[in-house]
Design a protein around this ligand. Structure first.
Ligand SMILES: NC(=O)c1ccc[n+]([C@@H]2O[C@H](COP(=O)([O-])OP(=O)(O)OC[C@H]3O[C@@H](n4cnc5c(N)ncnc54)[C@H](OP(=O)(O)O)[C@@H]3O)[C@@H](O)[C@H]2O)c1
Length: 345
């Protein structure tokens, strides 16, 4: 893996500068939707649209309740719908917090869709829960949440004969990842080793590649059950996909971004609202045909696209298997039985 191909760079520019995206119109009537990191940026705007589109309950999953309450007020003012958005606490840097959040969600009457949007791009090396911070928040906690919410998504799918959805917010920058840690005997321990500030910036790209590596294997291990399955013995139909919102205005990179990047943002970045529309499209109710196409897929500009070509190389496939095996072991260490006995695929 030696960085992005020229065609990837060109398609990134084309996507940012020439693609115009529609505002979602799909109805979420009657649905319950969770958005993590819903107090700011893409998550807050996505939650606003889901409320606007008629959802019955939208859970703003945030680490600071007061910020969640501010977001709820903003969403109510924007949509003129009250009593829909609820603020729940989850801190993705703490596995106990993720587990407590998921336990509460298990009591929901239904859960139709989740946008796993909370993410970080830190500027200095830090460890959280014995792993590097970006890996803990963007990868381990994200998939811990996915496994813990899967039974509730399945239960909803079976009870209503519907297709439920879990979308992880990914990034086109996964194509810029180098994932040097894959050359080590074990990837996650290597990722936990300290890095110089110069190399550290690349960790975000690695985290977004890891989302695709684990996520594709996860989707393969949890196939859809087929036409509107209401059999309690089935797995239901839970679509797991990965969305690239494009380069958008947000606080992700903090206030101190270099001048060149600030100029780039002015010229290239989508508005936060436009980026959020891609998240809403990713978790909208799907037809059976769309569900088949989207399960395990990378969604970009509201269409299923190929991720980096490296994923389908021998190295990519071997790395995917290793990431799947290692992360399942980590997740089992956090909560025994959480992967439901999913073996390595
Ligand atoms: N903006 C882009 O150009 C872009 C492009 C591709 C992908 N993405 C992805 O889009 C997602 C949203 O990013 P954004 O651009 O909207 O950035 P943002 O404005 O910084 O929002 C990130 C959200 O995640 C939350 N969060 C961070 N750490 C958390 C934790 N430990 N527990 C719970 N919530 C936490 C933040 O909460 P606090 O406010 O409390 O920190 C905030 O609500 C991320 O996954 C990012 O990687 C963004």
């Amino acid at each position: 893996m030696s960085g992005p191909a020229l065609k990837d760079v060109l398609s990134l520019f084309r996507s940012q500068l020439a693609v115009s995206l529609p505002i979602p119109t799909a109805s979420f009537a009657g649905e319950t939707v969770i958005v993590t990191g819903a107090n700011a940026g893409l998550g807050r705007e996505a939650a606003k649209h889901v409320v606007r589109l008629g959802a019955s309950k939208v859970i703003l999953a945030v680490r600071t309740p007061s910020k969640g309450e501010d977001a709820r007020t903003y969403i109510e003012n924007e949509t003129k719908r009250t009593g829909v958005a609820e603020v729940w606490t989850v801190d993705m840097s703490s596995f106990e917090s993720v587990k407590a959040f998921a336990r509460k969600a298990q009591d929901l009457e239904r859960l139709d869709a989740v946008i796993a949007n909370a993410g970080i791009w830190p500027t200095k090396f830090e460890t959280l829960e014995n792993n590097e911070a970006t890996i803990t928040v963007n990868v381990i906690s994200t998939f811990l949440l996915a496994h813990l919410l899967l039974p509730t998504l399945r239960r909803t799918s079976i009870a209503h004969g519907t297709i439920t959805r879990f979308t992880v917010v990914d990034s086109a920058l996964h194509k810029f990842a180098t994932l040097k840690a894959r050359k080590s005997p074990a990837i996650f321990p290597a990722l936990a080793a300290s890095l110089s500030p110069k190399d550290y910036d690349a960790r975000y790209m690695d985290s977004k590649l890891l989302v695709l590596l684990y996520g594709r294997a996860f989707a393969a291990a949890t196939p859809l059950s087929g036409p509107a399955s209401t059999s309690v013995n089935s797995n239901g139909n839970v679509v797991l996909d990965f969305v690239n919102p494009g380069y958008c205005v947000s606080a992700l990179r903090g206030a101190d971004i270099p001048l060149g990047e600030r100029v780039g943002q002015k010229v290239m970045a989508r508005s936060t609202d436009t980026g959020a529309c891609t998240l809403v499209d990713a978790i909208r109710p799907l037809s059976e045909k769309e569900a088949k196409e989207r399960h395990g897929a990378y969604v970009d500009d509201m269409k299923v696209k190929k991720g980096t070509a490296w994923l389908d190389t021998k190295d990519g496939k071997e790395t995917q298997l290793q990431v799947w095996t290692e992360l399942n072991e980590i997740l089992e260490g956090i909560e025994a039985g959480v992967t439901g006995g999913l073996g390595a695929k």
